[in-house]
Design a protein around this ligand. Structure first.
Ligand SMILES: NC(=O)c1ccc[n+]([C@@H]2O[C@H](COP(=O)([O-])OP(=O)(O)OC[C@H]3O[C@@H](n4cnc5c(N)ncnc54)[C@H](O)[C@@H]3O)[C@@H](O)[C@H]2O)c1
Length: 353
């Protein structure tokens, strides 16, 4: 069987991580091309990864082929290229819509980092265009669904052992964010993960969102509303809350507690080596999402490759990306008014038949 030839668009923090993952950890796939608006960044990564695969080949006695990762100047040319079977889209969210339409035009399977697009209307157009194509080729990078702890929580809740799930309490904290990370991005880029988690764990759509803004931390620039506390109301009457705090200073922390009729279950409490030394006790906190969710990303990309080879997707769909965009759009309105906002979601059966 020949390897799936993958191209990565956007090789900043996330794209470089995925590119490396394809080269180092993913079976049945190889990285053939990268593209980035910053050509120098793409050149540097391609050089580093080409060297690495050459060295892997040397050390494995020649059983692995040394590959050259080429740089394609225009992302649209990478998407169109005959030697690229599938695309990982890790450009900024504002570039996704145009690049997704190009993937659909060329029938290229794509793992698109969240958010699917920047607003609900363009996300819905993507869903409709994929539906017209007649097969699912878009998978959205809501990787928490692949995290072993989240997957175990989902399994437990679905088993019914704890009775019906009533509530979710979520905490999502980053050590720090750049000053360019404004209040709206906290909703659209960070909270969007909990939006997907709530929809996925409950198997229900979110119908209303309220975003509360307590007194901001003094450690961020003027006007940035950080932290934020949101409440989601779901179609079945369940509720979820989430604290998102992107300048927490300490480390990366993601927790989720589900409260059900006969018990509760919590994930994200941290594990690893517990030490007692120097009048301190405890463990360490991951510095960022790449560490905390490394396994989730690995599993996500491997399962995406395996599914793509079968002509399928295996994870969050374009509809999931659209539904999350619709919730975030309502969340942005609530952020500015402080009031609950109903989510305007298209009728799924009308859109998808
Ligand atoms: N799933 C997750 O946990 C997770 C985590 C972080 C980021 N992300 C998502 O990944 C995407 C990239 O985020 P990042 O943190 O790597 O950002 P980044 O700024 O580090 O990288 C973005 C890269 O895209 C390049 N770029 C800009 N415009 C482009 C265009 N039109 N076409 C191609 N490349 C372009 C930039 O030069 C940069 O190298 C975003 O959608 C973000 O929301 C997801």
């Amino acid at each position: 069987m020949t390897d799936l030839r993958v191209g990565v668009v956007g090789v900043g923090v996330m794209g470089a991580d995925h590119a490396e993952r394809v080269v180092r950890k993913t079976s049945g796939a190889r990285l053939v091309a990268v593209a980035d608006a910053d050509a120098g960044r793409a050149e540097a990564l391609a050089g580093r990864l080409s060297e690495r695969s050459a060295s892997t080949a040397r050390h494995s006695g020649g059983t692995t082929h040394a590959e050259t990762v080429r740089v394609v100047e225009d992302p649209m040319d990478l998407i169109a290229a005959d030697d690229v079977d599938a695309v990982i889209l890790a450009s900024p969210g504002f570039a996704h819509a145009e690049q997704l339409f190009a993937c659909l035009e060329h029938g290229k399977p794509v793992l698109c980092e969240k958010p699917l697009t920047m607003d609900a209307a363009s996300a819905l157009r993507v869903v409709e265009a994929e539906h017209k194509l007649g097969r699912q080729v878009i998978q959205v990078g809501f990787m928490r669904r692949f995290d072993p702890e989240y997957a175990a929580l989902k399994q437990l809740l679905d088993s019914g052992d704890l009775g019906r799930t009533l509530l979710l309490h979520n905490v999502h904290r980053n050590k720090s964010a750049p000053p360019t990370f404004r209040s709206e991005m906290i909703v659209r880029d960070s909270m969007v993960h909990e939006v997907d988690v709530a929809r996925w764990l409950f198997g229900e759509e979110i119908t209303r969102i309220t975003v509360h803004t307590p007194t901001p931390t003094s450690l961020v620039g003027d006007g940035v509303l950080d932290p934020q506390l949101a409440v989601f109301e779901l179609a079945n009457g369940a509720m979820a809350d989430v604290e998102v705090f992107v300048n927490f200073q300490v480390g990366y922390e993601v927790r989720c507690e589900a409260v059900a009729e006969r018990g509760s279950a919590t994930i994200g409490l941290g594990s690893g080596v517990f030490t007692r030394a120097g009048e301190q006790w405890g463990g360490t906190m991951p510095a960022d999402f790449r560490v905390r969710f490394e396994q989730a990303y690995d599993i996500e990309v491997q399962r995406w490759v395996d599914a793509t080879v079968r002509g399928e997707i295996d994870g969050p769909s374009a509809w999931d990306g659209y539904a999350a965009a619709a919730v975030c759009e309502a969340g942005l309105e609530s952020l500015s008014t402080g009031k609950p906002v109903d989510v305007a979601l298209a009728d799924r059966s009308e859109v998808l038949g």
